[in-house]
Design a binder for this molecule. Structure first.
Ligand code: SF4
Length: 212
């Protein structure tokens, strides 16, 4: 029997299988909205970002080239799902924002049925879900630290997050934005209220979070 590859390699293989299912689901969801997956991802990215994002920021967040992002944004503009806001002559400052029509397309999509990938997460025990969520937070942060992806709107990089502020084992963390305690399984991956902490605070917060 062939020796198994390293555990790192096999976990990557596993994530790749799940990503395939998610990509297929994205294709189907996008097609049902008359969009392609990149266009749908742009709408999802702009959700809750009232000030919009520049083309460069959109490209970085989606991991696509700027020309690809520009083409998809132009297609969304033609469908009147996004528009561009400019505050002057600086073209780099132009922000892409979602229109009310874009928001309604997204709301209809969000109301659609749960996919197989999310179903598979639902099949895990509560403790397994929590462990997986924390592992994902750690992996995403690792990718951020290596500039593989931009800083995501996760609690661990948010200026409102105080890890292990409470002795309550179920809800040890504190969100200063809503002034409430919350637990590991409530950690956000993409929070609208997120505000990026400065690098010093981010490092201190992460140290506290990791120590547990
Ligand atoms: S505002 Fe959002 S990201 Fe920030 S700590 Fe609260 S829940 Fe987490």
């Amino acid at each position: 029997m062939k020796e198994p590859g390293s555990v790192n390699h096999r976990i990557r293989e596993g994530l790749s299988r799940i990503a395939t299912v998610m990509r297929n689901e994205d294709w189907n969801r996008a097609k049902a909205s008359g969009l392609n997956p990149t266009q749908l991802s742009i709408l999802e990215l702009l959700e809750g970002r009232g000030d919009g994002l520049t083309v460069k920021e959109i490209a970085a967040n989606l991991g696509v080239s700027q020309p690809t992002a520009t083409d998809s944004i132009a297609a969304l503009e033609r469908k009147e799902l996004v528009t561009k806001n400019s505050d002057g002559a600086d073209r780099r400052a132009v922000k892409v924002v979602m229109t009310p029509k874009g928001r309604s397309i997204l709301a209809a999509k969000t109301g659609s049925s749960v996919g197989a990938a999310q179903d598979a997460v639902g099949a895990l025990a509560n403790a397994e879900q929590e462990e997986l969520l924390v592992s994902l937070v750690k992996m995403i942060r690792h990718l951020q630290e290596r500039d593989a992806i931009p800083i995501q709107r996760m609690c661990v990089s948010c200026r409102y997050f105080t890890p292990y502020a409470h002795s309550d084992a179920v809800r040890p963390h504190h969100c200063q934005f809503v002034d409430a305690a919350f637990g590991q399984r409530d950690l956000r991956i993409d929070c609208r209220e997120h505000e990026t902490a400065d690098p010093t605070l981010r490092a201190a917060t992460w140290n506290l979070f990791e120590k547990g």
